[in-house]
Design a protein. Structure first.
Length: 129
């Protein structure tokens, strides 16, 4: 069992997201193996740069998942279910993040998330995606 793994009882209940995450994990492991085994060494310099650029585009999309998960957790009041008074405290506890990293993630999610005015009107995000 690795740090952060769910207990056996939690693993028995699988959601559609679990299947997607399993595939993502397997694909990532396959790519790591390809890089570590030197199979990219046979590529030309231009091809290596293209692979790196594609990987960077993928890496830059990962925070979008974080933002969505944070928004869903806030909407469903997940921090309170886990006895946390704030989302920052929740992320620090559950994901074992530093308080600073947790706060950065919450601020980033808030910046790209939809907002509501004091009158209940929907407002655009501070930063568009």
């Amino acid at each position: 069992m690795e740090l952060g793994d769910s207990p056996a009882t939690a693993r028995d209940h699988r959601s559609p997201a679990d299947d997607i995450l399993d595939k993502l994990n397997n694909d990532l492991n396959q790519f790591i193996t390809a890089v570590e085994s030197g199979s990219l060494d046979q590529l030309s310099a231009d091809d290596k740069v293209r692979v790196w650029q594609r990987f960077e585009r993928i890496r830059n999309r990962l925070p979008l998942i974080d933002h969505g998960l944070i928004a869903a957790a806030e909407t469903s009041n997940l921090p309170r279910e886990y006895c946390s008074s704030t989302m920052i405290q929740f992320l620090a506890r559950v994901l074992q993040l530093s308080p600073g990293d947790a706060a950065s993630r919450v601020r980033a999610a808030a910046a790209v998330g939809t907002r509501t005015s004091m009158l209940g009107l929907r407002l655009d995000p501070v930063l568009p995606k």
